[in-house]
Design a protein around this ligand. Structure first.
Ligand SMILES: *[C@@H]1O[C@H](CO)[C@@H](O)[C@H](O)[C@H]1NC(C)=O
Ligand SMILES: *[C@@H]1O[C@H](CO)[C@@H](O)[C@H](O)[C@H]1NC(C)=O
Ligand SMILES: *[C@@H]1O[C@H](CO)[C@@H](O)[C@H](O)[C@H]1NC(C)=O
Ligand SMILES: *[C@@H]1O[C@H](CO)[C@@H](O)[C@H](O)[C@H]1NC(C)=O
Ligand SMILES: *[C@@H]1O[C@H](CO)[C@@H](O)[C@H](O)[C@H]1NC(C)=O
Ligand SMILES: *[C@@H]1O[C@H](CO)[C@@H](O)[C@H](O)[C@H]1NC(C)=O
Ligand SMILES: *[C@@H]1O[C@H](CO)[C@@H](O)[C@H](O)[C@H]1NC(C)=O
Ligand SMILES: *[C@@H]1O[C@H](CO)[C@@H](O)[C@H](O)[C@H]1NC(C)=O
Length: 569
């Protein structure tokens, strides 16, 4: 054999080994085809953006430690990206998904393969579009089982049911967003809430498709409840049954029983329910927890049916009507607060104590005055346009590239790193705020964190326009929720009440309306990570900021190189 042929063969062999190493590295390969499909709800058919023609989209079932590849093909007419909500994406921001933050969108006709590994996470998460309001219909469950042979910290029932709570708009949700972006007014509210895509018995034309959850007397179920609604916190309950909470945001909790749970958009809660009631049919129901004052909201109730196998029938042999549960009033902040306060880690956890970055972020809405009176573009209150901000910066997403691509390649002029660590102006945040402070400035400002820094953030709601529960989501991290309260955070007295023993670990946490919440995490995941309000009605107004976490010096402390197929703008 000639030397050159030999070299060629060796090269070929190396190349094949290289290819094999790729496919062998993946435990799961999925294809997501984003495409429009007619979906009929509330007596009307709408062209709906779906994944693989399914609404909600496919459930991904994986194990802790698995590596996953999801090839997304965009056959819709809109730009799209997919976010794996709550996954840490260690050193791998390229797979996180928020449009113009960690990647450019996957344009119509294009594909992008998200490749990632699950690292030390188990429980219920979900995936969703992170591009304009497409997540209204583009979402699905992401279930992470423990490693093979690794036990659950609670008696795991034989059966489990993912329940995705959603919001249905009786129109194209992108039109709702476009109209609000044009008028500057509040966007229309949804027409129905849904459970696994179905509104349920209490809505027109929906009875036939109501989700049924069959159960045998005495049996227990694990309900994996996800709030995938676009713009609404929700109360959730099951008529006549106790719920035992065991996990939230894919982190186990000390089990406790409750009648009702509250989830902000982005949050998940796993509950055990035991069929210990007389055999019958019981409604599973969700409806709004609404904290903004004088704001319209969808005041309807979605239901599914927990159906005992031997449910009692009426005299004519028809099944008896299901029992409706009592849900808290839409403004029952006491119930929401009491529920959230019960969430704790199962045992003592390692909360960062030596704080390197002590951050105080005010979050809330704003109003920009219009100069032209009675303009169709000024339909906010009293000739204004709605705005939203963190520390008075209304976040502007770049369009020419993503923040991460700009940071990685050193592209100048895309962002600055002067996001303020504390409010630029001090005032009574939850008091009667002078009107002159209501208009935020616009900017693409990031906050730089050194690798490994111990970070504390106090997220303070303001009363500008209205006080409100803002479900704040941090990408790339799980954080400890160490304290919360009403009114203004007091740095002298409030830390004494912090729970540094067994606080819950979450990826999304609501600011109490007119209050504050304190979180801590170690900045050990380099990259650009978005933090934002998970009400999409606030996100597009600018209620966001991003962290730029620098690389560390160690061998596994740098962002990995971007994949070759990462979309370009
Ligand atoms: C919004 O709601 C108004 C009033 O119900 C309705 O006339 C309009 O068609 C809706 N449109 C969109 C795009 O939200
Ligand atoms: C919500 O709807 C219920 C009826 O289902 C009604 O009694 C209640 O007044 C409504 N609340 C608001 C704030 O619209
Ligand atoms: C809730 O709203 C009702 C009216 O819809 C009001 O009467 C009640 O005082 C409110 N409760 C709280 C706690 O704000
Ligand atoms: C709009 O103007 C009215 C009348 O001056 C006032 O009562 C109301 O508070 C104003 N609303 C806002 C949000 O500024
Ligand atoms: C802030 O405003 C609230 C509500 O008006 C008031 O109760 C509180 O005393 C004020 N706090 C300070 C520090 O002025
Ligand atoms: C906006 O208009 C209100 C009165 O309508 C005024 O009090 C406020 O100072 C104005 N804000 C700015 C930033 O000009
Ligand atoms: C936000 O910035 C704008 C523009 O600089 C200013 O008019 C406003 O008073 C600031 N508001 C707050 C709450 O800092
Ligand atoms: C889709 O993304 C590309 C690349 O960023 C951009 O040029 C284009 O304007 C986007 N299209 C829409 C409709 O936003």
């Amino acid at each position: 054999m000639e030397a050159s042929t030999f070299t060629l063969l060796l090269g070929l062999l190396a190349f094949l080994t290289f290819l094999a190493s790729f496919s062998a590295a993946e435990d799961h390969f999925h294809e997501f085809v984003v495409e429009a499909k007619p979906v009929r709800r509330l007596c009307r058919t709408h062209t709906t953006i779906t994944v693989n023609g399914q609404f909600p989209g496919p459930t991904l079932e994986v194990r802790n430690g698995d590596s996953i590849a999801v090839k997304v093909t965009n056959r819709a007419k809109y730009n799209i990206t997919i976010h794996w909500h709550g996954l840490k994406q260690q050193r791998n921001p390229w797979a996180d998904g928020p449009e113009y933050v960690t990647q450019c969108p996957i344009q119509p006709g294009a594909t992008y393969t998200y490749r990632f590994t699950i690292t030390d996470q188990e429980g219920t998460l979900w995936w969703h579009a992170h591009s304009r309001w497409l997540r209204a219909t583009v979402y699905g469950a992401l279930i992470i089982y423990p490693r093979l042979g690794s036990p659950y910290p609670f008696p795991m029932p034989k059966r489990e049911v993912p329940l995705l709570l959603g919001e249905w708009f009786d129109r194209n949700p992108l039109d709702v967003q476009r109209l609000a972006a044009f008028t500057g007014g509040a966007p229309n509210v949804s027409d129905a809430y849904t459970i696994n895509g179905q509104p349920g018995d209490l809505y027109r034309c929906s009875k036939q498709e109501t989700i049924r959850i069959p159960v045998e007397s005495g049996e227990s179920l694990l309900l994996r409840v996800v709030n995938s609604a676009l713009n609404q916190e929700l109360f959730f309950t099951v008529a006549n049954h106790q719920l035992t909470v065991v996990s939230a945001d894919a982190a186990y909790t000390k089990p406790f029983t409750t009648r009702v749970i509250m989830l902000g958009p982005g949050q998940t809660t796993d509950v055990l329910v035991t069929a210990n009631q007389p055999p019958a049919r019981y409604y599973v129901a969700a409806r709004a927890y609404q904290t903004a004052q004088n704001a319209p909201f969808d005041n309807t109730t979605t239901t599914a049916i927990l159906e005992y196998k031997n449910a009692a029938c009426s005299k004519n042999g028809k099944p008896l009507a299901p029992l409706l549960p009592r849900l808290p009033a839409y403004n029952d902040t006491a119930t929401s607060t009491a529920f959230t306060a019960q969430l704790k880690s199962p045992s003592q956890v390692k909360v960062p104590t030596q704080i390197d970055e002590n951050l105080y972020f005010i979050v809330g809405l704003g109003l920009n005055n219009c100069t032209v009176p009675n303009s169709p573009r000024c339909q906010g209150p009293n000739n204004t346009r709605f705005a939203a901000s963190m520390n008075n910066v209304s976040f502007v997403f770049p369009r020419s590239t993503s923040l991460m691509q700009a940071a990685y390649s050193g592209v100048p002029g895309v962002f600055t790193t002067d996001f303020p660590p504390v409010p630029p102006v001090q005032f009574n945040y939850t008091g009667n705020v002078p009107r002159g402070l209501w208009s935020p400035r616009r900017g693409t400002k990031l906050y730089k964190l050194k690798y490994g820094a111990n970070v504390q953030i106090v997220l303070q709601d303001t009363s500008i326009v209205t006080t409100e529960d803002h479900p704040m989501h941090l990408h790339g991290y799980h954080f400890y929720v160490i304290g919360s309260g009403f009114g203004n955070y007091n740095p002298r007295t409030d830390p004494a009440k912090f729970n540094l023993i067994d606080p819950p670990q979450r990826n999304t946490i609501g600011t109490p309306p007119g209050g504050w919440v304190a979180i801590r995490f170690k900045a050990d995941n380099p990259g650009v990570w978005l933090m934002h309000c998970h009400l999409d009605a606030h996100l597009f107004l600018g209620l966001a900021m991003a962290f730029l976490v620098e690389n560390g010096n160690g061998p596994l402390q740098s962002v990995i190189p971007p994949p070759a197929d990462l979309p370009r703008c």
